[in-house]
Design a protein around this ligand. Structure first.
Ligand code: MTE
Ligand code: MO
Length: 415
């Protein structure tokens, strides 16, 4: 049995791994054990399919192929700075095709009722006109952890890996907005990207969210063209995107072509209704809520992820086990990270690094000597600078399944 398979569609056809191609549905899939999810081939008419997730690691877990949504299993996030191929993908629509992106003529429009002078910038003029800035910024999808909700929440069933922290290079959003001039009545910004609605209707936006003007004007809010020193991967917003560290990643518009400065809360797609909103007051699980009782999610809650060892590892009793991972707390700093090997009865401190800059995740490591052989769980729990800790079980049920920051735990066998 071959170990490595090139999931390139042309190869598939060439090697006859699929037959009945073109009929679309119900074709037998060879090497099925290597395929995480069987998908009808006709779904890949946009040129991207599971077998050809451009630039992504083969162990990324695909949750949905139309739109494409993929997360990293926790052990894949072990790097201090997340490599581009392990950075999760959350799409609401269909990304622009790479060959249709004309980088030279890519323009960003700055408009909206609270802008003094409407402006247009090419990518090149952004790069030359404004000061370039590189920051490590954590992006986490508001729905990360959704799969644990009960009653369940509709949407991508993210487990733990819709979070990542990369080096982002670009210009400050504030410098660009200041260049255009902001009126005194500005309260919010909104973004528009070049992805298309799933229906194919060019008049419909897949998503158009934003942030309050105060967040937009922060030093760390970027319009970025590079991730880890290279072009942003297509699926993560090539050639230009917003990056608002610490806030739900839905605020960070990809394939960015327009920013509007608004004199009211931006009313783009997925700003209203119940999308990216939680009950303003806590509710019992399963409660039906009216839109007026839902509030927009802002800074993300304190959370951590254990990235080494991989859950299921077999550990020798002879050696101390070194555990590793990351912790973050939206706009706040994490001040402590503890682990427990007795189901939360007692906790020990890990070493925790300082963030390299505001809104970058922090790293922890600790050494564990197990008291005997057998089954163990390692739990980790972070505390933010306001004294808030991660809950051990699912916090605050909400209808759309946002903000699950329950402790991450892994299972180990000590032999
Ligand atoms: N244009 C555009 N921007 C977007 C989205 C999108 O579908 N289209 N998805 C948003 C959501 S919900 C998230 S969580 C992040 C995901 O960023 P990533 O795919 O780079 O991880 O992008 C945000 N920006
Ligand atoms: Mo998201």
């Amino acid at each position: 049995m071959p170990k490595k398979i090139n999931f390139d569609r042309r190869n598939f056809i060439k090697n006859n791994f699929f037959y009945g191609l073109g009929l679309g549905l119900g074709v037998p899939v060879f090497y099925k054990h290597l395929v995480k999810k069987e998908i009808p081939l006709l779904k890949d008419i946009e040129g991207i399919s599971f077998f050809n997730l451009p630039g992504k690691h083969k162990d990324m877990v695909l949750l949905n192929d139309r739109p494409i949504n993929a997360e990293a299993p926790p052990h894949l996030l072990n790097d201090d700075v997340t490599p581009a191929n392990k950075f999760f993908v959350r799409n609401n629509g269909i990304p622009p095709r790479k060959e249709k992106i004309d980088v030279k003529n890519w323009t960003l429009k700055i408009e909206g009722e609270s802008i003094i002078n409407e402006k247009r910038y090419t990518l090149e003029s952004l790069k030359t006109k404004f000061k370039t800035k590189t920051l490590q910024l954590t992006l986490e999808c508001g729905g990360n952890g959704r799969s644990e909700f009960n009653p369940p929440a509709k949407g991508n069933q993210w487990s733990l890996g819709a979070v990542a922290c990369a080096n982002w290079t670009g210009v400050r959003l504030r410098d660009v907005l200041m260049d255009a001039g902001i009126k005194d009545d500005a309260v919010y910004i909104g973004y528009y990207g070049e992805d298309t609605h799933l229906s194919g209707d060019p008049n419909k936006d897949p998503i158009s969210r934003g942030v309050p003007i105060e967040k937009a004007l922060q030093e760390e809010s970027l319009i970025a063209w590079a991730m880890n020193g290279e072009d942003i991967p297509l699926l993560n917003g090539y050639p230009l995107r917003l990056v608002f560290g610490g806030w739900p990643a839905s605020c960070s518009g990809k394939w960015l072509s327009k920013i509007v400065v608004r004199n009211k809360v931006h009313d783009g797609k997925k700003m209203g209704g119940q999308a990216y909103r939680i009950p303003c007051k806590p509710v019992a699980p399963g409660t039906k809520l009216e839109d007026k009782d839902m509030c927009i999610i802002e800074s993300m809650p304190v959370k951590s992820i254990l990235t080494f060892p991989k859950t299921g590892a077999i550990i020798s009793i002879e050696k101390e086990l070194e555990i590793k991972g990351h912790a973050w707390a939206g706009e706040l700093k994490v001040i402590a990270l503890d682990y427990s090997i007795d189901f939360g009865s007692s906790w020990q401190a890990c070493k925790l690094t300082e963030p390299v800059n505001k809104f970058a995740w922090q790293h922890f490591n600790g050494k564990i000597k197990f008291p005997g052989k057998g089954y163990f769980e390692v739990w980790v729990r972070a505390k933010d600078e306001m004294g808030k800790m991660q809950p051990m079980v699912l916090p605050g049920w909400n209808p759309k399944g946002y903000l699950n920051n329950a402790c991450h735990r892994i299972a180990l066998k000590v032999v």
